[in-house]
Design a protein around this ligand. Structure first.
Ligand code: TUI
Length: 322
């Protein structure tokens, strides 16, 4: 019931895409999500091309299903990652952290389906004209690098502005979120934070447990003064970063201070002094389970939501109370 035309285009069973998270979008998680009928995405972040190559090889050994690669456009290795994606003929490419315009022609020529992440309508329209296959509209509820508009406001505006399918991202972790996204006109959701708490995700257990423990008010956006704001769980690091930003510490020093903090937080498990990128929906995530269960539970819940709404509206879709 929940299969959308975009599912056919991407060759997946369910309209659920795993966000291409740096370090965490490794072969273990990606292959589990794709095997379960969703779309797993390798997160290239600023990782070395050799690590990305290894993940592509491993995913192909673990599943024959479609998978994707996220190209993080602020990476110092971006040129090499684009080249790698082309040589490896990765079937689906998502991009983040910038405008992928200059790479589109080469990526399209490789046969890849291209799904850029955007946080503003103007860029969505431009990329639509340039021939991308779908747009991922990411609201400011998301973890990591964020824009300024909420998912609720952004998705329908982009749906109306472009000719290609739209995927909603930011602020969703369950079937209600999927149903809401479809209601706004999206054809799929992309979820990151929910999949950090997949059993197959290599995130440190301290980070997973911290997500289970936090509430609705426990993320903060820092790094606005650097021009690349990022949403993280509040901790000692974000408090220190905020006070450095407020006291006018120069951008180069802040950038230097940030080096290695993401890996320290999410892989080494330093949950006080590391960077814990996660979305506002972290407060809703309450269990660690296999990716397959995450996906199946989301689909069942979304179907139940639509069934409940249909029955409240009357069997023929008319609301008996109106
Ligand atoms: O890319 C993301 N989320 C990310 S990337 C990342 S790695 C990082 N590490 C340290 C500091 C900052 C980032 C962590 N999380 N999401 C996709 C996304 N892309 N959201 C918004 C955008 C975006 C931003 C600007 C897309 C296009 C864009 O274009 C600007 C331009 O050049 O026109």
């Amino acid at each position: 019931m929940l299969k959308t035309p975009l599912c056919e285009v991407l060759g997946i069973d369910f309209p659920i895409i795993q966000g291409g998270m740096a370090y965490l979008g490794s072969a273990e998680l990606v292959s589990a999500v794709s095997e379960a009928g969703g779309l797993g995405i390798i997160g290239s972040g600023s990782s070395q091309p050799s690590w990305i190559q290894d993940q592509i090889t491993l995913v192909r050994a673990l599943t024959n299903k479609p998978f994707g690669l996220n190209i993080m456009l602020m990476s110092p290795y971006v040129e090499d990652v684009v080249q790698l994606a082309i040589e490896e003929k990765v079937p689906i490419i998502t991009t983040g952290g910038g405008n992928p315009g200059i790479y589109l022609a080469r990526l399209k020529e490789s046969g890849a389906k291209i799904l850029p992440v955007v946080s503003i309508k103007a860029l969505a329209k431009r990329l639509d004209r340039q021939g991308v296959d779908a747009i991922i509209a990411e609201g400011m509820e998301s973890g990591g690098h964020v824009g300024e508009t909420t998912t609720m406001a952004l998705v329908p505006q982009i749906v109306d502005a472009v000719s290609v399918p739209v995927i909603a991202a930011g602020g969703m972790a369950d079937g209600r979120g999927l149903a809401a996204a479809l209601t706004l006109g999206a054809q799929a959701v992309q979820m990151g934070t929910r999949f950090i708490c997949a059993e197959e995700c290599i995130a440190h257990t301290n980070f997973k447990q911290k997500i289970l423990a936090v509430g609705d008010h426990d993320t903060v956006v820092t790094g606005e003064s650097l021009g690349h704001p990022a949403r993280c769980l509040k901790n000692k690091l974000t408090r220190q970063f905020q006070s450095m930003e407020q006291s006018g510490v120069p951008a180069e020093e802040l950038d230097r201070f940030g080096i290695g903090k993401l890996y320290a937080g999410i892989i080494d498990g330093d949950i006080e002094q590391g960077s814990l990128m996660a979305g506002q929906i972290a407060g809703l995530v309450s269990d660690i389970k296999p990716a397959r269960s995450i996906i199946h539970d989301i689909v069942l819940e979304a179907e139940a939501v639509f069934a409940r709404i249909n029955s409240a509206m009357g069997t023929n879709g008319e609301n008996p109370s109106v």
